[in-house]
Ligand binder design. Structure first.
Ligand SMILES: [Zn+2]
Length: 198
């Protein structure tokens, strides 16, 4: 029986090098292992869904179009290496008001900004994803909290911490990952090795 499992991937720090408030396509650096890891997930017939917070849109640092362009570029580059990303969801919002240059329409307490699971829910509806058999892969405690929040609603959903949350306060969120891997490729290998047992 085919199960509609998904790997939800954070973008910055997981697929590309984390550049704070990235608004410049020239600063995009896709990790050498990203295509390989995503290809492995493709082979396991898992949906590969990017879920990324992009609050620099709300902060007025760049437009939604710029972020969409960067996302398209990343997806195309991965595709040219044989790795398929099924969808990209981004949150343009930021809840804290009162900064110069901010864009009021994005300054809301939305349902999509991680650690909320709105973006995961959107993908679930669109692709019919089997959430209890799916994973969140991220480098920050915010991603791991997202995984824990998904697991509260969909028991069985698991998180994998990868890489280094260096640009973020490691204790911003208290959630503990279900697994820890060195990077996205190692996380994909980990999921592959678990397949038989689940
Ligand atoms: Zn949002």
């Amino acid at each position: 029986m085919m199960r509609n499992r998904a790997a939800f991937l954070d973008r910055d720090g997981v697929i590309i090098r984390d550049v704070p408030d990235l608004c410049d396509a020239r600063k995009v650096e896709i990790f050498g292992f990203s295509a390989k890891g995503i290809k492995m997930l493709n082979k396991m017939k898992m949906y590969v869904i990017i879920v990324t917070n992009q609050p620099q849109i709300a902060k007025g640092f760049c437009t939604e179009e710029v972020v969409k362009g960067i996302n398209r570029m990343i997806v195309e580059e991965l595709k040219s290496q044989g790795a398929v990303v099924d969808a990209v969801y981004y949150c343009p919002h930021h809840p804290e008001k009162g900064f110069p240059g901010e864009i009021p329409k994005y300054k809301i307490d939305c349902n999509c900004r991680k650690p909320k699971i709105g973006m995961l829910e959107q993908a679930k509806e669109r692709f019919g994803i089997d959430m209890p058999a799916s994973f969140m892969i991220g480098n920050t405690s915010r991603d791991i909290q997202t995984g824990e929040n998904a697991a509260k609603k969909y028991p069985g959903f698991r998180s994998i911490q990868v890489g280094d949350p260096s640009t973020e306060d490691k204790r911003a969120f208290q959630a503990k990952p279900d697994f820890v891997a060195g990077n996205l490729l190692e996380a994909a290998e980990m999921i592959k090795s678990m397949k038989a047992s689940k």
